[in-house]
Design a protein. Structure first.
Lengths: 493, 779
């Protein structure tokens, strides 16, 4: 048992005994350390002003990830290197990304700038990124700037971020690796008392035991949902159990039959495998949150959170995903759609937690499509998200799995439409009408700030039509605006 | 790619002015060492203030306020209500009606009722939500229609009228009419509202405030505390963005911090939570615009009738100037022979709408572009041809408010250059080809002009002061009434002063705007920051320099033209002396090395009452060409390419000006596309965080984005180094994006005018598409 957290900052090991269960990294920096370079713009993970970098060892390699410190719990940086904007310049000699930001006039009011600098710092250290405007904008879509219009920041990134890293961090990478290896231990972490603590078990059994003992504790994976309960809803969450140190929970295993995703696998680490299952999943994954959110947020958390507007559940349901749960009582598995009982209610027993999920690979006679509709392409919550898997034999749909987000109180299958489409002919659009019509009886969507009920319904039907048009090949050349956007990027490059 | 401006293109051998130098704080920005108010070291014992409000109430009478649980919450030191205000409980900029703390009524969703003062911000936030406030509800007035029905306004109606629009309409060969809604906009400055107040001896108050208008903060705090203005000092070194949202809207938080500081005797800080900030502060005005236009079959406008119905919110705030500016820009760049342009300033039970970059101008111009597009669609002509046909020219050059458009040639030249560089006509063919080939995706193209009047339309605000000291080591202290919010004002003024003194920029010390150094200042607004403050600073520097020249002439028995200031030196005929030495000598000779410069914009004669005279010193011009693609099944939209040509006169700093243009365009594009403010049926703002309110990201800026500064002969008016203001005009470049979306929708049904409202979210686009389809004879 360890009753401290330990991390690296500025080449030194920092060990903290006093770690509040809900204390954020941003508050630690600004209030405790009075290091005010890192800014708060929103306190909810959406603006990137608070971006800091975390260095961790991944397969022995030192990897820097941008994270939103406003919703990151202090305890979650255990075992990592924390890099903030103050750490970059060496004796007032600017870091290459800082120098480029100055040279290209990348700051105006400057309030977003430390966050951008840190995002660019992680891009500077990223391995094997192809140099393109798209790579940059994808990387910084989680950093909002209200002043510059971004062009100079993108230019600065293109100029500075794509050569081999040559900075104090790369010079001392070996040393950092050694220090990080030393910090990695397999002791359980428990800081606090039994009624108020931050803890981080090192094993699944340890977790099962601790959670069994404290079923009222809050489980935290990436904290991209839980963080907001703290900063925005001001919830009292005295008992915090972070799952980030449990060996094996971060696994992502691809096989011909599908992909196994551990509960701590992030959007980032699952992206390649998902993209390989279906290109549409790759597109969807890239549109979830931002680089920062994807570096922390887990697929397991997206499911466990049970939100009706989470992006992964509809896609995973359409693909026939199975969810695995575990507790000190044992394990069980269930079809993902069965997990979502009602708004805010999931089939999860006291002391039970998610260990992983299995996503079957579509077979050769199955076609999969999914579409996310939101006001903004990047880092926005869907107003409607539609996912479709059709099994097609000899031009006839023999099985349909359709699920939507944003259309009901839970991610939900369109059972009427699925039935109505079974038997539809791919080359005869007139046989699709019944399915389109049936959607009307599958959902009663709501009106909210993201979209009206009418728009949601219309769009849900449009997405189904789109999937059928694309799969059947009856669509004109290109029917996705996103593809035009990509082409624009390529043309300008 | 954007081609950087070649500074050798610009006239004049200058050392600092016209150089693309970095922002004065650029290095501090990237290192995280630029200090914003929340970053300042806190005095020992600093307390934190969080505003509390009735979280469900929209409009109603306060029945009871129970703050017991707030008071007993951990860390709470005091809880303040309206009763604790020693002076006048008002933080309005001009007309009154903005209580710092609510008295008996809730006037809008988010009105502050009390303030918690606690040992930490977290403790104060947790305490604030424990209040129990009972409100007896009154049915709120929310929409323009509600307000018209109730006939309730915050200010009297106003209008411009020329000729006889009625006769014009009758004489016109065709008449079209329509109505459009234009949404508001949240400023979303990255640094939220913040102020820190430190009590001083004998009733004084030092207020650090993130404001565009320190003088107004000073006056507000004095008024609220009931002390003379002279007892209060307001200071701001920099804001993390303002955009108009910290013009009047900063007052309340500075007042609350000061009130708490007065009450507790400790330094007190208010830093709003982002959601509170978005709920409590005013936004860009949203409008319904009803329009009618008479034109001839060649597309020439005969008569215009426009009514602008603005939701001003619960109080007047800056709505007078904002709505006047809407009228001043309802012509965009077009000549209206006969016109009636009316404005109603509707009172609604919503937050009080306020200044926002463009200050009402963008809404006026967008409505004008809608009318032009309508004519083009109806006549099945290209909108660009209709635009050019109606441009002001040598004969038809009087605006509806009687000011001549003197630089119409700049407008014509700029647009024709852009037409060429954007390859408009070939791309029009490509767009048509694309649209006939694709049944689902449609492209649209538009090229729109910008003409923006520069000056405050409230005449007295067109003045500025600066305070410049030359020290005996040759370094210069620079202070002026303008504030720095990222627009590079401090840098530009420093360049001007360095030029004037012939010193290197490192000798010029830029200092925080402070009401005790330069008093009675105007807000940094109306794009006038550089025009006014750089002039005042130049005047001050020139005065000190003049004294040195006089001194040297006497000492060396030479004429003034023998003396030159350059490279931190003073050249007297063939000799040179370090400036420090000359400064020392002058000091010994008892010559004052400090001067308060003053500048008032000449030639402004606007009289609002009679709606006559000249409101603007000059106009700034620009043009943008945008191409978009929309999905007619889902309403999704992407901006494919944007070309911009913008007139900044002779730029003082081309890099900073380019930044204003690009940033202004992006902000305008957000306003017209993804940024949607949604109030629910009860009148509660539902989009009060970046999770629900979406400003553009880097990926929304088109990859093909070409921005150029117009190479002209400089400002014909004698502005500082013949530059032109650049803060606001670029916002309206984004009208091209909106018009291009409209163009794409219109392609679905030639001859039919789409009813696209702003912002053009996917849902708004789908609505317009479906509306158009429902009108089309079914195919
Ligand atoms: C700025 C921003 C943008 C976002 N954009 C999107 C988006 O585009 N699309 C989208 O779908 N979502 C989006 N999200 C939400 C998304 O990031 C989360 O839903 C995320 O997937 C949750 O994962 P996490 O690891 O962060 O979970 P946490 O926040 O740590 O936990 C989420 C919930 O799951 C529970 N939990 C976590 N792990 C387990 C487990 N193993 N067993 C049982 N319960 C567990 C927690 O107790 C909590 O209830 C966004 C969030 C932010 C902040
Ligand atoms: S402060 Fe906005 S993302 Fe953290
Ligand atoms: S520089 Fe102001 S928000 Fe980016």
């Amino acid at each position: 048992m360890r009753d401290t957290i330990r991390f690296l900052k500025g080449g030194q090991v920092v060990e903290l005994e006093n770690v509040g269960p809900t204390e954020t990294v941003l508050d630690y920096l600004r209030l405790r350390c009075r290091q005010t370079g890192t800014k708060e713009g929103c306190g909810e993970g959406d603006c990137g002003a608070c971006t800091v970098a975390l260095g961790r060892l991944v397969d022995g390699k030192l990897v820097y990830q941008p994270v939103n410190s406003c919703i990151l719990l202090l305890g979650m940086i255990d075992g990592a290197e924390l890099v903030t904007v103050e750490d970059l310049a060496l004796d007032s000699k600017l870091h290459p990304v800082q120098a480029a930001m100055v040279e290209f006039h990348g700051s105006q009011c400057g309030f977003c700038t430390p966050g951008f600098v840190m995002s660019l710092f992680t891009l500077y250290h990223a391995h094997g990124q192809e140099k393109s405007r798209k790579a940059v904008t994808e990387w910084i879509a989680g950093n909002l700037c209200r002043c510059t219009g971004y062009r100079p920041i993108v230019d600065a990134a293109l100029d500075a971020c794509f050569d081999a890293a040559d900075d104090a961090f790369s010079w001392r990478a070996n040393e950092t690796r050694e220090l990080l290896q030393k910090l990695a231990d397999s002791r359980d972490v428990f800081i606090g008392e039994s009624d108020s603590f931050f803890s981080s078990p090192a094993t699944l059994d340890g977790l099962a035991a601790l959670y069994g003992q404290h079923p009222d504790a809050t489980l935290v994976a990436g904290a991209t949902d839980v963080g907001l309960w703290i900063t925005k809803q001001l919830r009292d969450l005295p008992k915090m159990i972070w799952l980030g140190r449990i060996e094996g929970l971060e696994r992502v295993e691809s096989s011909p039959s599908g992909v196994l995703i551990g509960a701590m696998a992030t959007y980032e680490t699952t992206e390649e495998a998902m993209s390989d299952l279906s290109p549409d999943l790759g597109v969807l994954w890239k549109r979830i949150g931002s680089k920062q959110v994807r570096a922390s947020g887990t697929v397991g958390g997206n499911i466990a959170n049970g939100s009706p507007i989470g992006d992964t559940p509809p896609a995973l349901i359409a693909l026939g995903t199975t969810l695995e749960l575990h507790s000190s009582e044992g394990s069980r598995a269930l079809p993902l759609e069965k997990f979502f009982l009602d708004y805010g209610k999931q089939d999860r027993n006291s002391g039970e937690f998610v260990t992983g999920l299995f996503v079957p690979r579509p077979s050769s006679n199955q076609a999969f499509r999914c579409y996310k509709i939101s006001k903004r392409f990047d880092q926005d919550i869907s107003s409607v998200m539609g996912a479709f898997r059709f099994t097609i034999d000899d031009g006839t749909i023999t099985d349909a799995r359709i699920a939507y987000g944003g259309m009901a109180a839970t991610p939900k299958r369109a059972e009427h439409a699925e039935r109505a489409l079974t038997g539809a002919l791919m080359d005869d659009p007139s046989t699709w009408g019944a399915g389109m019509q049936a959607l009307l009886s599958d959902y009663k969507p709501m009106t909210d700030m993201r979209a009206s009920a009418e728009y949601r319904m219309e769009t849900a039907r449009a997405l189904l039509a789109k999937a059928l048009m694309e799969i059947s090949g009856t669509a004109p050349d290109e029917i996705r605006v996103l593809a035009i956007r990509e082409a624009d990027n390529d043309r300008a490059a | 790619m954007t081609v950087p401006l070649d500074s050798s293109d610009m006239p004049g051998p200058m050392k600092h002015v016209r150089k693309a130098l970095p922002h004065d704080s650029a290095e501090m920005h990237v290192m995280g060492t630029a200090t914003y108010i929340d970053d300042m070291p806190e005095p020992v014992g600093t307390l934190h203030v969080v505003p509390g409000w009735a979280r469900e109430a929209v409009r109603g009478r306060i029945v009871s306020v129970n703050l017991d649980d707030v008071r007993s919450a951990p860390g709470v030191v005091a809880v303040l209500t309206a009763k604790d205000v020693p002076g006048i409980n008002d933080c309005s900029s001009s007309f009154g009606g903005d209580p710092v703390l609510a008295e008996d009524e809730i006037l809008f969703y988010g009105q502050v009722v009390f303030a918690v003062v606690a040992t930490s911000r977290d403790a104060a936030r947790r305490a604030a939500i424990r209040a129990k406030i009972e409100v007896s509800p009154i049915t709120p007035i929310l929409t323009p229609e509600d307000a018209i029905d109730a006939d309730t306004t915050v200010l009297p109606d106003y209008q411009f009228r020329r000729g006889s629009p009625e006769t014009g309409m009758t004489a016109a060969e065709e008449v079209l009419e329509g109505s459009m809604r234009i949404g508001g906009q949240e400023h979303f400055y990255l640094e939220g509202q913040v102020a820190m107040a430190q009590p001083q001896e004998s009733g004084g108050m030092m207020v650090y405030t993130s404001t565009q208008h320190p003088t107004e903060v000073q006056h507000t705090v004095a008024k609220v505390l009931g002390v003379p203005d002279a007892a209060v000092t307001a200071e701001v070194r920099r804001m993390g963005g303002g955009f108009g949202g910290k013009e009047s809207q900063a007052n309340q938080w500075a007042a609350l911090a000061s009130l708490a500081a007065r009450f507790t005797g400790q330094a007190c800080k208010v830093r709003l939570d982002r959601d509170d900030d978005m709920i409590m502060t005013g936004k860009r005005h949203d409008f319904r615009v009803d329009w009618k236009i008479g034109y001839d079959l060649d597309g020439r406008i005969r008569a215009v009738d426009m009514e602008f119905l603005a939701r001003c919110g619960y109080s007047p705030d800056l709505s007078l100037g904002v709505n006047d500016r809407t009228l001043f820009h309802a012509d965009s760049s077009y000549f209206y022979p006969d016109a009636s342009i009316r404005s109603r300033r509707l009172r609604t039970d919503t937050c009080s709408n306020t200044a926002f970059r463009g200050f009402g101008g963008p809404q006026g111009m967008l409505a004008a572009e809608r009318m032009i597009d309508a004519i083009a669609i109806k006549l099945e002509k290209d909108p660009l041809d209709i635009r050019k046909l109606n441009f002001y020219d040598g004969e038809r050059n009087l605006t509806p408010y009687g000011m001549p458009v003197e630089e119409f040639e700049v407008m014509h030249d700029l647009i024709s250059q852009l037409e060429e560089s954007s390859d408009y006509w070939n791309r029009r063919d490509d767009v048509n080809d694309f649209n006939s080939a694709n049944a689902v995706l449609k492209k649209g193209l538009a090229l729109t002009p910008v003409k923006f009047g520069i000056s405050f339309t409230l005449k007295h605000l067109n003045q500025a002061g600066a305070l410049v000291h030359l020290y005996t080591d040759g370094s210069v202290h620079l202070n002026h009434g303008g504030t720095e919010m990222g627009q590079g004002l401090y840098q530009k003024v420093a360049q001007v002063v360095a030029e004037e003194f012939g010193v290197t920029l490192d000798k010029v010390r830029i200092t925080a705007t402070n009401t005790s150094k330069v008093p009675n200042t105007s807000p940094t607004a109306a794009s006038s920051g550089t025009d006014l403050n750089a002039m005042a600073a130049k005047v001050a520097a020139a005065e000190i320099k003049g004294r040195l020249i006089e001194f040297l002439c006497e000492q060396h028995q030479c004429g003034t033209d023998a003396i030159r200031f350059s490279d931190n030196k003073v050249f007297v005929a063939d000799e040179s002396f370090p400036l420090s030495e000359i400064a020392k000598q002058a000091h010994w000779a008892r010559i004052q090395l400090s001067h308060a410069g003053f500048y008032a914009t000449p030639g402004i004669t606007w009289d609002r009452e009679s709606a006559t005279g000249r409101p603007f010193y000059y106009f700034a011009y620009g043009g943008a060409c945008a191409e978009v693609t929309i999905d007619t099944m889902t309403g999704e939209m992407t901006v494919d390419r944007v070309d911009i040509l913008h007139d900044v006169g002779h730029s003082i700093n081309p890099a900073i000006d380019l930044g204003q243009i690009e940033g202004g365009f992006a902000q305008g594009m957000g306003w017209l596309t993804t940024e949607e403010l949604v109030w629910d049926e009860k009148g509660r703002l539902r989009t009060h965080a970046p999770s629900t309110y979406k400003i553009p990201t880097a990926a929304d800026i088109p990859a093909d984005f070409n921005v150029q500064l117009y190479k002209g002969s400089g400002n014909p008016q004698s502005t500082v180094y013949r530059s032109k203001a650049v803060g606001e005009p670029p916002v309206m470049l984004a009208n091209a994006v909106f018009c291009a979306i409209n163009d794409a929708i219109a392609s679905l049904s030639p001859g039919q005018i789409p009813n696209l409202d702003a912002p053009a979210t996917p849902e708004a686009i789908m609505k317009a598409v479906q509306d158009l389809r429902s009108r089309r004879p079914s195919s």
